[in-house]
Design a protein. Structure first.
Ligand code: NAI
Length: 329
């Protein structure tokens, strides 16, 4: 079975070589899947895509005309795929629902600790023989109230770690997980979560309901100096609103692993180019903002699972069976 892999980086090629079934023939394309690059899939049976590939109605139509019968996502989120059109066209879509929630949870906690104890600044200071502590004052995470929006796999993995830190957990989700109660947490309205939390971390998917969940209004209802972390999807937050929140000191700390317009930036080395995104550049000017380029998932263990599960999804399609990871059969 021939598979065109889009947004393919060296680690994807290495991963599939090491962990995918050898009967699968991958052709790798560094570029994103868009209406301009879709022709690269010609001659293949399936495409394999990642978070910023465009799998909208127009691209799906073109894929269908090329004879593509399956879209294999090598990620959990699927907000970039038009599932309705895929179903209409008879294109199967499968994802990797849970490769390593702990990878994302641990990165989330890493961002919290780095921002709080200003490790990014301390690292540079010590390398400059500057051992002064002024400006590095942090706070104890122990005893703080953390609000988790979304308590699925990643939200729960984050809750377990925070429980170990001795935090109070306030959670909000459409579905309540029993484990939250065992961890001493409780489910509350979003309004209460915003009003009571010292740290707020987002772990719900991007849907029409959650787009710009964090906006001027919700920021206004948060505690002064709140720490906000988003390792989920960029469009959960209105970037202009968080800039205003930072300027007014309402937001005391901001950690982003995802960004609404990240498709034009992340996963590429742009260090020799001009970046035109003024909002992104403004975010980088704040001393209390930490941004990583969608790397929360990026551990050896997660990569191995992504490659193995994607391989299983493709093989299941080839043998007309199912893995249970299908979004469209
Ligand atoms: P999951 O499906 O296990 O959990 C998502 C939870 O959000 C569910 O419990 C669901 O009920 C809840 N939810 C849905 N709509 C909601 C709403 N309106 N308000 C509150 N809660 C709502 O997903 P998982 O594995 O925990 O992943 C969460 C998100 O993390 C993914 O959707 C993806 O966007 C993001 N992600 C980011 C990665 C990164 O590298 N930065 C890697 C993997 C996932």
């Amino acid at each position: 079975m021939k598979v065109a892999v889009f947004s393919a980086k060296k680690y994807d090629c290495d991963g599939f070589t090491q962990w995918a079934d050898s009967s699968l023939q991958f052709s790798y394309h560094d570029c994103r899947l868009t209406k301009s690059s879709v022709k690269l899939a010609a001659g293949c049976h399936a495409v394999c895509v990642f978070v910023n590939d465009e799998v909208n109605a127009e691209v799906l139509q073109q894929l269908s005309e090329l004879g593509i019968e399956m879209v294999a996502l090598r990620c959990a989120g699927f907000n970039n795929v038009d599932l309705t059109t895929a179903k209409t066209l008879g294109i199967r879509v499968a994802r990797v629902p849970a490769y390593s929630p702990e990878a994302v949870a641990e990165h989330t906690i890493g961002m919290m600790l780095c921002l709080n104890r200003k490790l990014h600044k301390a690292y540079n200071r010590v390398r400059d023989d500057n051992f002064a502590l002024d400006g590095l004052l942090g706070f104890n995470v122990f005893g703080k109230t953390v609000g988790l929006v979304g308590t699925g796999r990643i939200g729960l993995a984050t809750a377990r770690i925070l429980h170990g830190f001795g935090c109070q957990l306030l959670c909000h989700d459409l579905v309540q997980a029993e484990e939250i109660q065992r961890l001493g947490g409780r489910y509350v309205s979003l309004a209460e979560l915003y009003a009571q939390s010292d740290i707020i971390s987002l772990h719900c998917p991007l849907t029409p309901d959650t787009k710009h969940l964090i906006n001027h209004y919700s920021i206004g209802s948060m505690k002064d100096g709140v720490m906000l972390i988003n390792t989920s999807r960029g469009a959960l937050v209105d970037s202009k609103a968080i800039i205003d929140g930072l300027k007014s000191r309402k937001i005391g700390y901001l950690g982003l692993d995802v960004y609404e317009q990240e498709a034009d930036l992340f996963f590429e080395n742009l260090s020799e180019q001009m970046i035109d995104d003024e909002v992104f550049k403004r975010l980088l000017t704040f001393p209390n903002v930490l941004i990583t380029g969608h790397q929360a998932f990026f551990t050896r263990e997660a990569l191995q699972e992504i490659c193995q599960i994607t391989s299983d999804n493709l093989l299941a399609f080839a043998s007309n069976t199912e893995t249970g990871n299908e979004l469209v059969n």
